[in-house]
Design a protein around this ligand. Structure first.
Ligand SMILES: *Cc1c(COP(=O)(O)O)cnc(C)c1O
Length: 388
């Protein structure tokens, strides 16, 4: 019997080692891994360049407190600043910590402006922002909050796509609208670009901060460094995590000058956040992702993968209802519960992961090859052919 607390439905597969898009399991089989730690290992398993970076740093210094200046952190923050809307970056260790810090920063901004009551955050119902006591209430999901009362107050919700409800939910007390640019756990639901543009305008008009949670869709996943870049807008606060560490736990919050003005020494902190080991990998990830042409390739590969998946969907419209996503953040929406389908894919040595709304998520590493995509397509087609 496992001594691990029972909070996951775990598959019985374990892995010995990985390389790139593949994982070698203890059962002797080799799997094509299109989970990649749920969009975490953005450059695949055991990437040589990342390995070198972390080994090199590990021989110098692992950890120092944030009461000292950490050069690797300064470097990563500067690069994120240069590449995005951000003027400042705050490092955390995970997605939930990053979104929770984002909530703090938004509230604190209005507090310092003498508007302490402007402190509510408006979110999409059944979204996902992490599993801390505050972020589960941000999700507006019954399933995630059941049994964890008392409710953490301060969050309001509107239904995905319901513009009327969104406008009606805004009050004088709304400090920020926080949404995932593309809803990951919620079923790879893309917020259309015109909606993101509209949201930005709405927030400007009503003096509301726009928080875009890019923990899953950021860091090159969609073929742009940040997913909101497709809509050509600038948010105020962006939590990131997953991909930025390439497999090492790293989280961060990007903020503009305005939001930064609310924070001062002592208002937030983290023991581990931005430690030299984490930062060395973060910098190495950016070395690769920022290479000329890398993101264009991600976009092209995503387009190809989705086009070919749509052909399979047309062949099997009774199994696959829809193919959706952006870049290499892809969801196959099935008509029925996806568990059996995912298990069949595993039997054929392709690893995928579920999301809400009967979605099978396909999250290859960003440096996946066309051959590997073709292999996945072949497996998905085979499973469809024999699916009852
Ligand atoms: C995964 C995820 C989180 C939470 O990240 P953790 O590192 O698991 O805490 C938050 N927001 C989004 C959009 C995510 O996909």
């Amino acid at each position: 019997m496992s001594a691990i607390l029972n909070t996951y439905n775990r598959k019985k597969i374990s892995f010995l080692k990985g390389k790139g898009s593949f994982l070698h399991a203890t059962n002797g089989k080799k799997y094509l891994d299109f989970v990649q730690g749920i969009a975490v290992n953005c450059l695949g398993h055991a990437n040589n360049y990342l390995n070198k970076a972390i080994i090199k740093q590990s021989k110098k210094v692992w950890h120092v407190s944030n009461v000292f200046t950490i050069p690797e952190q300064e470097k990563l923050a500067k690069r994120l600043k240069q590449r995005t809307f951000a003027d400042y970056v705050s490092f955390q260790n995970s997605g939930a910590e990053a979104t929770e810090a984002a909530i703090k920063f938004a509230r604190r901004y209005f507090y310092t402006k003498g508007q302490a009551k402007k402190n509510r955050i408006l979110c999409i119902k059944n979204s996902f922002h992490g599993r801390t006591i505050a972020t589960i209430y941000a999700s507006g999901s019954k399933k995630m909050t059941e049994g964890f009362s008392p409710k953490v107050d301060g969050f309001d919700h509107f239904k995905f796509g319901d513009h009327k409800q969104l406008e009606k939910s805004i009050t004088k007390r709304t400090a920020a609208i926080m949404i995932e640019t593309i809803m990951g756990e919620g079923g790879i639901k893309v917020i259309p670009e015109y909606c993101l543009k509209g949201l930005r305008k709405l927030c400007n008009k009503k003096n509301i901060l726009l928080i875009l949670d890019e923990v899953q869709c950021g860091i090159g996943r969609t073929g742009k460094f940040m997913a909101f870049e497709h809509a050509k807008i600038k948010p105020d606060i962006v939590p990131i995590a997953k991909g930025i560490g390439g497999g090492f736990p790293v989280g961060a919050v990007l903020v503009n000058k305005k939001v930064a003005s609310g924070m001062k020494p002592g208002t937030h902190g983290s023991t581990f956040g931005g430690n030299p080991l984490a930062m060395s990998v973060g910098n190495a990830v950016l070395d690769v992702i920022f290479k000329k042409g890398f993101l264009i390739e991600v976009y092209k590969k995503g387009k190809y993968f989705q086009k070919e998946l749509k052909k399979i969907q047309e062949k099997f419209p009774n199994i696959i209802k829809e193919v959706r996503g952006k870049g290499l953040l892809i969801g196959l929406v099935l008509h029925k519960n996806q568990t059996n389908f995912i298990n069949k894919l595993i039997d054929h040595k392709l690893l995928t992961v579920r999301a809400a709304e009967n979605v099978v998520r396909l999250l290859p590493p960003l440096n996946v090859t066309k051959q590997e995509i073709n292999l996945a397509l072949k497996i998905i087609n085979n499973v469809c052919e024999n699916y009852k």
